[in-house]
Design a protein around this ligand. Structure first.
Ligand SMILES: Cc1ncc(COP(=O)(O)O)c(C=O)c1O
Length: 360
């Protein structure tokens, strides 16, 4: 850029949005962004029409009290422990802005959610990326070893994006027992509702036991509101106060707040959809494993195949089949569990890949 600006921004990767469905005469599918494949609920659209559309000339309630109080009731914490953000991406951003600046370090697993390095660098802080184990787990001992006097935050991503592998309760407690109690530990649980692992860490339980736990969840995935941008954090009261200071003013629209409340009202219906996605995930994983693929256990609404150097070659077969996937060159491909027809195409294409020698 020709204009005066922060040099460190030049080094930042730009956040890459999942590619749209490939263009073709046939029906094609976008399984690149871990979105919910179901259409918005009629009751949510109605609530937006009845309670939000007529107010779009006004700023929304900046604190989002209606949603905050409802979440407080459901999670058994005080309203003062909850804050909203423009997606959980924004609450994670608020937290990092609050705790870290130049010379401070943030420890997190890698590969993980692509926004972490961008948010950390934007705060002027330093990322300490701890490689995942070969089977996609957080390397908890290495994460503990990476914590230093400079550490201001440790991030746990459960289940981890893109590997979909969960973090166990035992590992989470080991980490929390080792991290100084004045260093916050963020549990990013964007995919919490899809996680059926009986041994998983549950951040809301840990929140009640450890003083330094922050939980981030979102309405984007299980609730299907990705397009409206609303997520939340549960955190100690003084942390919430600090996060509010650095929050984007009026970042969460009334449309989003109304839709979140209507979605909480429709919990049973949405949960039925989550169960469909979980059973589709199981169907695909079973079929692929029967074909001979090595796939780590998946506990989110996506799964991961480590194609290594064959990644970009493999991607072309999925594009030809009408699927846009999330590709990490020379590492692997992340597949969102989508509509049944999209999942069938994944199974068929993997079978084809096997015949051309791309099985991993
Ligand atoms: C691990 C993880 N955390 C947080 C988010 C943020 O989602 P949102 O900002 O839509 O709430 C995502 C989105 O893909 C994610 O994968």
């Amino acid at each position: 850029m020709a204009f005066k600006h922060r040099d460190d921004i030049d080094l930042l990767p730009s956040y890459k949005q999942g590619k749209p469905a490939p263009k073709s005469d046939r029906h094609t599918y976008k399984i690149s962004s871990n979105e919910n494949p179901f259409e918005p609920l009629a009751s949510v659209k109605e609530a937006i029409r009845d309670d939000a559309l007529d107010f779009i000339n006004r700023y929304p309630d900046m604190r989002g009290w209606g949603v905050v109080e409802r979440l407080a009731q459901e999670t058994g914490v005080k309203s003062e422990n909850i804050c909203l953000g423009c997606g959980s991406t924004e609450v994670i951003t608020q937290l990092i802005q609050l705790v870290a600046g130049p010379d401070d370090e943030i420890v997190y697993p890698w590969r993980s959610f692509e926004a972490y390095p961008i948010i950390v660098a934007t705060a002027g802080a330093t990322s300490v990326q701890v490689p995942l184990t070969a089977d996609g787990h957080h390397d908890i001992d290495a994460m503990i070893a990476a914590v230093s006097d400079k550490t201001r935050l440790v991030i746990v991503n459960n289940p981890n994006n893109p590997t979909s592998v969960p973090v166990s309760d035992t590992d989470a407690r080991k980490l929390l027992d080792a991290v100084p109690s004045d260093v916050l530990v963020l549990f990013d649980e964007a995919y919490f509702q899809f996680n059926t692992d009986p041994n998983t860490a549950v951040a809301m339980e840990l929140f009640h036991e450890y003083p330094n736990v922050v939980v981030a969840q979102t309405f984007s995935k299980a609730y299907g509101l990705a397009g409206l941008r609303i997520g939340y954090a549960v955190a100690p009261e003084d942390v919430v106060d600090g996060m509010r200071k650095v929050a984007l003013p009026f970042g969460v629209s009334r449309v989003a707040q109304t839709a979140a409340l209507a979605s909480l009202d429709a919990y049973d219906e949405l949960n039925d959809r989550v169960q469909v996605i979980i059973s589709e995930r199981q169907r695909v994983l079973t079929a692929l494993r029967e074909q001979g693929w090595t796939i780590p256990d998946a506990e989110a609404n996506f799964f991961w195949i480590q194609f290594g150097e064959k990644t970009t070659e493999a991607e072309q077969y999925f594009i030809k089949a009408g699927l846009s996937t999330r590709v990490f060159a020379d590492e692997g491909i992340r597949f969102t569990v989508g509509e049944a027809a999209a999942n069938d195409l994944v199974i068929q294409t993997c079978s084809r890949l096997k015949t051309v020698g791309l099985l991993v």
